[in-house]
Write a new protein. Structure first.
Length: 96
């Protein structure tokens, strides 16, 4: 399975390593934001191998990276809305 960084790079169509540090920070920030919002820390975690096993969490991380990587205002609003919806769904599942 691919690491969270590799998966995010593929989703953002990045094939070089120049932005790896920035993307790693965004991934960490997304996970921290999800936990702040009430998503279970058991779901929002990167394993020792760098993987995020929950595909819904990984998709929210990708959306967070997209919203923080684009400069197109009309896309930012859409990504924010999508991210908030994804996190809310994860939070509700965590509360069960």
């Amino acid at each position: 399975m691919a690491t969270a960084l590799e998966t995010a790079k593929t989703a953002l169509r990045i094939s070089h390593s120049k932005l790896d540090d920035e993307l790693t920070r965004l991934i960490d920030a997304a996970l921290a934001d999800m936990m702040r919002a009430g998503v279970s820390s058991a779901r929002a975690v990167i394993s020792d191998t760098g993987e995020i096993s929950d595909p819904l969490v990984m998709q929210a991380v990708i959306t967070y990276c997209l919203l923080n990587s684009t400069e197109e205002t009309n896309l930012i609003d859409k990504y924010v809305s999508a991210y908030e919806t994804q996190v809310e769904g994860l939070r509700r599942q965590s509360g069960e």
